[in-house]
Design a binder for this molecule. Structure first.
Ligand SMILES: [Zn+2]
Length: 387
């Protein structure tokens, strides 16, 4: 007997979608889930992130001892974007004629996070876990910097974890590897002066222009490729400098976004930027700063762990279709949670929702797929730990 009917599963997801945790207020989601866990005697802990009053992670556990299976999802969602282009209210879960549930976070990834929580309760109430621990980790801030996951990693919550499942939307494939991401700010400092007397100042724009030119040139010679993830990418996406046409600008900055692979990772990009900085600073008076402000590593695992094999075969029988092992260009909390894990580690990203639905207007998850995932997780987690 299940604890939750499908209607109750949808109602709980609906409650969580109504909490507007747009890059903040994850604590409200954590408190909602904690109340739910309390009803079923599951211990949990709300852990504030960066001393915030409104941002927090939630960790809950059932079972005891090893092995430890980590299951994780984030509680934040991205902004709605242009509200006029939505056909549904973003923060009210609405079912359409085809059984699709629409709302911000329906796919990315409140359905996944809630499905994990409900599976934990189902397993606890059924008493099916014979050994080991399931550690549920719901995070804050995934969509921007993974601040919540970084905090859990630093506090040691991953130290004893033997396998990790992240329930990001990926209902059509089992993801075992993904790209990293990195944002770097390059700032050029100069000295302002009237443009009729430029010799009294130092123009901050010129070194930045040189920097961009040399960087693109150096990067054009980079020739690396991962068989699975393809090539890394680097793009200058924002540039700012100066505020008045007849003033010498004292500051200019450019922002760059990179998508990284294990063969050309975040550290490698950082040293590329620093090499180019050194090159441009050979000119007298140039003062550049290179500051990586988002830094999430790529994830590389071999994809043939026991956990992945078991997930694949159970998914194929449960959903009655075949599933490929695959990769994604997106980045997840695994960038921090997996920091100390090696290639053999059993990592899998598999959750309700099509990956293409993330961040979309009228975002949705299929009601059937969502409810089936609760049952799937319930079976998988105890099967993996009981073996
Ligand atoms: Zn996500």
């Amino acid at each position: 007997m299940s604890v939750f009917t499908n209607e109750e599963k949808v109602q709980i997801l609906s409650d969580v979608v109504e909490i507007e945790s747009v890059n903040d207020h994850e604590k409200d989601v954590a408190e909602y889930l904690q109340k739910l866990f309390n009803k079923h005697d599951i211990q949990s802990e709300i852990i504030s992130v960066n001393d915030s009053d409104s941002r927090a992670n939630l960790v809950a556990e059932i079972g005891s001892g090893s092995p430890v299976l980590g299951v994780s999802g984030h509680m934040d969602v991205v902004t709605t974007g242009d509200l006029d282009s939505w056909n549904y209210e973003p923060f009210k879960l609405t079912e359409d004629d085809e059984g699709r549930l629409h709302g911000r976070g329906a796919a990315d990834m409140k359905s996944g996070t809630v499905a994990l929580a409900l599976a934990l309760i189902e397993i606890k109430e059924a008493g099916t876990l014979k050994q080991g621990t399931i550690r549920f980790m719901a995070t804050a801030g995934e969509e921007i910097t993974s601040a919540g996951a970084k905090d859990l990693y630093e506090k040691g919550y991953m130290d004893d974890v033997d396998a990790l499942l992240i329930a990001e939307p990926s209902q059509d494939g089992l993801v075992y590897t993904h790209k990293g991401t990195m944002d770097i700010r390059v700032t050029s400092k100069g000295k302002s002066a009237h443009s009729s007397m430029p010799e009294l100042g130092f123009n901050a724009i010129n070194p930045l222009a040189d920097f961009i030119h040399y960087l693109n040139k150096a990067y054009s010679e980079v020739d690396v490729k991962s068989d699975v993830l393809g090539t890394p990418t680097m793009n200058g996406t924002v540039i700012n400098g100066g505020d008045q046409v007849n003033s010498i600008p004292d500051r200019a900055e450019a922002l760059f976004n990179m998508r990284t692979i294990p063969e050309y990772d975040n550290k490698r990009f950082e040293s590329l930027f620093n090499d180019v900085k050194d090159q441009v600073e050979e000119t007298k008076g140039v003062d550049l700063t290179v500051e990586p402000y988002v830094n999430r590593d790529p994830i590389s695992t071999t994809g043939d762990s026991d956990f992945i094999k078991m997930t694949q075969s159970l998914a194929e029988s449960h959903f009655n279709r075949s599933f490929d092992l695959t990769s994604t260009t997106a980045t997840t909390d695994a960038s921090f949670l997996m920091k100390d894990k090696d290639e053999q580690f059993g990592f899998i990203m598999f959750g309700p929702g099509e990956s293409g639905q993330a961040h979309q207007v009228d975002e949705y998850v299929s009601k059937d797929v969502y409810t089936q995932f609760v049952d799937f997780y319930t079976q998988l987690f105890s099967k993996y730990l009981n073996q």
